[in-house]
Design a protein around this ligand. Sequence first.
Ligand SMILES: [Fe+2]
Length: 389
Amino acid sequence: MSPPLWIACYLIATLGHMAIWIASFNRLHAANSHFLIRKSSYGFLAIAVFLVPAIFSFVAYREFDFFPDAMTSFPVVFTAYFSACLFFGLYTATIWMYRRIVDHQNPSIQSAHAISRYDFGGVATQANRSAFERSFAAIPGNQIYRLNVETRHLNFPHLNSALDGLTLTLISDLHFTGNICQAYFEQVVEKANELDSDFIIIAGDIIDREYCLSWLKQTLAELSAKHGIYFVLGNHDRKLKNETLIRETLRGIGCRDVADRWLPIDFNGSQIHLVGNERPWFGDETRVSSDPFEFSNGDLRICVTHSPDQWKWGRERGCDLTLAGHTHGGQIRIPLLGPVISPSYFGVKYASGIFCHNGKVMVVSRGVSGEEPIRFNCPPEITQIKIQV
Ligand SMILES: [Fe+2]
């Protein structure tokens, strides 16, 4: 094998090695169940992704002069792993190219998509930010305050004509931690209210720290929508000792909990059926019947869930539209490569955007915030969906 071919193989195998470990990390975090997994995995991932290839490179360079003939001298376990990495690297590159050629982000069901960009960095003063927040905000290119308001027009010709023009605002992953100042969230709420939607849907990961509970009453209580505000919780909401406190506080400010239940709502004489799913962190989805009562043809069924992994569950219950968050769009998107970290059983496939399967649609928000106040090439988002019949 010529040196250039060996180097190409080595680079593809390195890509495969990284892809194996990152893919494992994403799937391990899809359920995010164990304390040790949550706390140790970032360090473990860094070692696996960066240190191991560095050691391999050093060994290959020092011992074998970077030539492939030396492969025969490698231990059989290394050769087998190298071959697996080579295969997985080719597979990853093929999938990456396929996703860029086939534009799954622009299905025919979406007739229009507009983005308005805002920068709320000006409201974050020295006084209202922690030193932690200031140090992250100072990183060049960090987009934590650069909210995008995305408007998506979705066509559902089979629905009752009374639902034409219905609007929903999706807000996800607020992450009230104190790591991003309250003033930013006040601007987000103001912008959401300006959209004047019929419904506001909050798709989980609302609060991480108990001392931010007052923010629910001070900031989130300002949200308003003509036909109400509905929510489910996400994995980070488990960080409070008692998640019931979040539910009670949200109910106290007029939000409605849709977890594990169907909620029929009258709209212009037609019916909307909301159903919530907080799996795999809360509740029991088997409690929710796939068809609990008579649906009329033309009714709109909406599944509200934190994890996009529950889309199949929503589709099985006939939901025309599933609204999710959780994956934050990856939070850091590498130019050309896109998102890398996405805690989902599907990896980065559902990191954010719109997805379509047999006429059923899922919209995944990049979210408003995150536990770590850092975003590159991945601005925070609220989304308004306009239903067209
Ligand atoms: Fe989140």
